[in-house]
Design a protein around this ligand. Sequence first.
Ligand code: G3P
Ligand code: MG
Length: 206
Amino acid sequence: MRRIGHRGASGHAPENTIASFEKALALGCDEVETDVWLAADGRLIISHDPPAKDASLTLGEVLEFCRGRMGVNVELKSEASEARARETGARVAAELARGADGDAYVSSFWWPALEAARDAAPPVRRAFIFSDSPERTALLAGAKALGLWALHPNRAYVTPELVRDAHAAGLRVNAWTVNDPREIATFASWSVDGIMSDYPERVPRG
Ligand code: G3P
Ligand code: MG
């Protein structure tokens, strides 16, 4: 199972900061999840919420810190704008492709952001995040059409059937945000591929 630090290792250090990514690395993470916005000034800024004017940590800096050390799951954020979500997906995917960051990939609640990422840089892996219970057949057909690599369900929507059907369709399943060791053990027994946790040391590796 892949040990994925959520927003770095946000149970131990302020989320989405270099300190948090350093902690995730020290805790043996295979990868970290982080959130990125296309700011008004055109920069790609790391932040869970819409970035404040003085927010300064960029995607490029995080990729540089993680390169060759651990993977990066870049969550594409947007607020109430599909066009902005598309632009974000295209910009981020292009940046990942340019840096040849094979260990970095994109994920999003925004399907259009993933479509734009595919159009901009097809080799960059893509994962769909959800926090509901999409109709399974439609979800898997859509995933195939878009060439998704993985599904990222909220923990409440992870079932053995979802994992089974996703695997049969060639998709990985990475669940979020799972902090309870008993739930982590249950998901491991269902063959979930990766777990995003604020306490990533609780996720067994391998
Ligand atoms: O990427 C999974 C998870 O981080 C999505 O929700 O609000 O924590 O960014 P949120
Ligand atoms: Mg996130």
